[in-house]
Design a protein around this ligand. Structure first.
Ligand code: PLP
Length: 433
C-alpha cells in the first residue's frame, strides 16, 4: 500500500482536499483511457514521421554560422511536414515565439492592399498589435494591409452570412484561431475548422486559410492542415516541443506559403538555406517525440480541473464533460482574489521557483494587468504547468500544461487548498457566494 496522503500533506494539502480530488478522479477513468488512445495514435504518427524522414544520429548535431546544409534542421522540417501532412514546414529556433511565428506567416504572405479576415472573432491579444487593431510599430496596418473581423454567433457557431459578406476581392488570407486564448468562447474542433475552410474556399478557393494552432497540437488525431488549412502555425514552447524545446516556432503548410515565410524570416534569396540550429536540435526532436504523451498529461489535468471547479460551483470552459480541442481550461472565479489564489497555488506546486509569489503586472502585448504562475524549466513555457489570468472581469483564470499528470494533479490540488485557505471556497467545497 502506497501512502499518498502523507506525500500530499508535505505540500500542505489536507486529507479532505486529497479525498475530494480522489473522488473526482475516479469518475474520469473512462475519459483518461480515450485520451491515452489519442496519445498512442499520435505517438505512432510521430515515430513513423521520424522513420520515414530517416532521422539519424547525425541529425542531432547542429551547425553554426550561416547554417548551410544543416541536415538536422532540414530533416526536422521534413518530420514536421509529415506529422502535419503538409508539403513543407519551417521549424526554427530563430522563430522566437508563437506570436512571431504567426506574424511571420501573415507578413510574408500578405502584400500592401491585401485584406486579412478573422471569421472567428477577435484574435489572441498579442496579435492585435501584429495586425494593428491596437496601433503598433511595424504592424500589418502600417504596411497597408487592412483587417476585418466577423464575430462568432452567441452560441459559438460561425456567422456564415457575415463571413460571406466580409469576403471581398482584396481578402487574401483568412486567419482562424483554434484555441479560445484569453476568451471564454469554445475552442474549435478540427472538424469545425474544416467546415469553415470549406465554406471560405467554396466562395473564394484562392484565399489562404491559416490556422493559429497554438495549444491544439496532438489533442486530436487530426490537425487542421488535414482538413484544408494552407498553413498551421504554433509555438515550440507549447504542445509540439513536448516541454523540452527551449525556443522556437513552426509554420507547416503549402510549399509557396512556407517559402514566403522563409524568405521573410531570413532574407530574400536566402530563405530556408540559412539559419544555424546551434545546439538545440536534440531537444526539438526529443520534444516532438514526447509531445503526444505530454499533451495527454496536460489534457488530463485540464479535465481534472474542470471537474473540480464545476463541482464547487464556478463556471468552467470547457465544462466538465465537453469534448476537448485544446489544453486550456478556463475557470471563472468572478473576483481578483480567486484568480490570484489559483495562480499562487500553481506557482507553489512548481519544481522551479516554487518559493516566489506571482503578482499582477503590465505584460507587453496585453491591455490589462495579467497575473502569471509559471515555475518552468523553460522560461514562460506554457506546456509546463502554468496559469494566467487578466485582472479584469469576468476574472477568469486560464490554466494549462503539466508535463506529467501527477504534476498537474498536484498543482490543481494546491490551487484548491489555496482557495480554501483564503476563504474563496468553503470547507464543504462550495463557492462562497
Ligand atoms: C500562446 C498563443 C499565441 C502566442 O504565442 P506566444 O508564444 O505567447 O507568443 C497565439 N495564439 C494563441 C491561441 C496562443 O495560445
Amino acid at each position: 500500500m502506497i501512502h499518498l496522503t502523507e506525500q500530499y500533506r508535505q505540500f500542505g494539502i489536507s486529507e479532505a482536499v486529497y479525498e475530494f480530488g480522489k473522488e473526482i478522479l475516479a469518475s474520469l477513468q473512462e475519459r483518461f483511457i480515450q485520451i491515452d488512445q489519442v496519445a498512442e495514435y499520435n505517438q505512432l504518427k510521430v515515430i513513423r514521421a521520424m522513420q520515414t524522414a530517416n532521422v539519424s544520429e547525425a541529425c542531432l548535431l547542429g551547425t553554426t554560422g550561416y547554417g548551410y546544409n544543416d541536415l538536422g534542421r532540414d530533416t526536422l522540417e521534413k518530420v514536421y511536414a509529415s506529422v502535419f501532412q503538409t508539403e513543407d514546414a519551417l521549424v526554427r529556433p530563430q522563430i522566437t515565439c508563437g506570436t512571431h511565428a504567426l506574424a511571420l506567416a501573415l507578413m510574408s504572405n500578405l502584400r500592401p492592399g491585401d485584406e486579412l479576415l478573422s471569421p472567428v472573432g477577435k484574435p489572441y491579444d498579442t496579435l492585435e498589435e501584429v495586425i494593428g487593431i491596437r496601433s503598433s510599430k511595424g504592424s500589418l496596418k502600417e504596411y497597408g494591409i487592412s483587417y476585418r473581423q466577423v464575430d462568432l454567433l452567441p452560441d459559438g457557431g460561425f456567422d456564415y452570412e457575415g463571413i460571406r459578406a466580409a469576403l471581398r476581392d482584396k481578402t487574401k488570407l483568412v486567419t482562424i484561431q483554434r484555441s479560445k486564448g484569453y476568451q471564454t468562447r469554445p475552442t474549435l474542433s478540427v472538424q469545425q475548422i474544416g467546415e469553415l475552410i470549406a465554406f471560405v474556399k467554396g466562395i473564394r478557393p484562392e484565399i489562404i486559410c491559416m490556422v493559429d494552432n497554438c495549444y491544439g497540437e496532438f489533442v486530436e488525431t487530426m490537425e487542421p492542415s488535414q482538413v484544408g488549412a494552407d498553413m498551421v502555425v504554433g509555438s515550440l514552447i507549447k504542445n509540439p516541443g513536448g516541454g523540452l524545446a527551449p525556443i522556437g516556432g513552426y509554420i507547416a503548410g503549402r510549399k509557396d506559403c512556407v517559402e514566403n515565410a522563409a524568405y521573410r524570416l531570413t532574407s530574400p534569396g536566402l530563405g530556408k538555406e540559412v539559419g544555424a540550429s546551434l545546439g538545440v536540435l536534440p531537444s526539438l526532436y526529443q520534444g516532438l517525440f514526447l509531445a503526444p504523451t505530454v499533451t495527454a498529461s496536460a489534457l488530463k489535468g485540464a479535465i481534472f480541473a474542470a471537474n473540480i471547479y464545476e463541482k464547487i460551483g464556478f463556471p468552467v470552459v470547457p465544462d466538465a464533460t465537453q469534448s476537448r480541442h485544446d489544453i486550456i481550461q478556463a475557470v471563472t472565479f468572478g473576483s481578483p482574489e480567486g484568480v490570484i489564489a489559483f495562480c499562487e497555488g500553481i506557482q507553489a506546486a512548481a519544481s522551479v521557483d516554487s518559493f516566489v509569489t506571482p503578482e499582477p503586472w503590465d505584460m507587453p502585448g496585453y491591455d490589462s494587468q495579467v497575473i502569471m504562475a509559471a515555475g518552468a524549466f523553460v522560461s514562460g513555457s506554457s506546456i509546463e504547468l502554468s496559469a494566467d489570468g487578466p485582472i479584469a472581469p469576468p476574472y477568469a483564470v486560464y490554466f494549462q500544461g503539466g508535463l506529467t499528470f501527477p504534476h498537474a494533479k498536484l498543482g490543481i490540488l494546491m490551487t484548491l487548498q489555496r482557495l480554501l485557505d483564503k476563504g474563496v471556497v468553503t470547507s464543504d467545497f462550495k463557492r462562497r457566494s
